[in-house]
Design a protein around this ligand. Sequence first.
Ligand code: NAD
Length: 268
Amino acid sequence: MNQKLKGQIAIVTGASSGIGAGVSKELAKEGATVVVNYPVINGKEMAEKVVADIAANSGKAISYQCDVSKEDQVKQMFADVVNQFGTVDILINNAGLQKDAPFTEMTLDQWNFVIGVNLTGQFLCAREAIKEFLRRGVNGKSKSAGKIICMSSVHEVIPWAGHANYAASKGGVNLMMKTIAQEYAPKNIRINSIAPGAIATPINHDAWDTSEHLQQLLKLIPQKRVGQVEDIGKAAAWLASDDADYINGTTLFVDGGMTLYPGFEDNG
Ligand code: NAD
């Protein structure tokens, strides 16, 4: 089998569940060795299950505990991975969470918590990854000196009442991604985002758990199905591969058409 990421080392943050777990499995299928990052709150067990699933498919992975919002822990994670595997080729900046509240009731703690993980966490991980890419340069495993995929959201462009902290974090990811892509493209580093629509994971369980909720949700999706983690995983594996070598600084929307103004569908 011609594996697109053979021999490459990938760190996937927030990979013990949902999209991160799905992306880890697809990267491993394409031959990458995957570091399945998880935070303290989720425990080792879920991450180890992802590692075991990958191993059962003849893939390679380890689990690694690190809170991406903590600078010292992020630096330690990159140092340990480079020490164990020699380098890092791919960063999937995926860890993210929500703390929803009407705007006037949103506490500073809720604001800071979401920005801290979803935006500052992506900054800290991207910074360490780029330092390693610059140190190493192109290494023969890929045309690029390194690849970063930031997990954004359709809410980098669609406003979302009651989720100001989350939408602001994803809007921030968009311009951080584009800025660092511009800054490091001359060094042959590729940085892009994936913006998922509604993907069935623990983060949005309430949106599809009953048929009533599901029908409401499907009104927002022209393609009339909820996305699965494999939809994102396959897109990420392709975007990280040399098949996407000339793609830099862009957001790939993987959303079944959610950003196509679905309210206009029946408005002829
Ligand atoms: P999820 O809750 O299953 O995954 C989020 C992961 O992030 C969890 O495994 C969690 O443990 C981890 N995490 C949280 N805080 C962390 C920290 N401080 N350090 C390290 N890891 C941490 O939900 P998901 O849907 O898989 O979300 C993954 C990403 O996709 C998020 O960035 C989310 O915003 C984005 N996203 C999801 C959807 C969707 O519909 N599911 C849509 C758009 C964007």
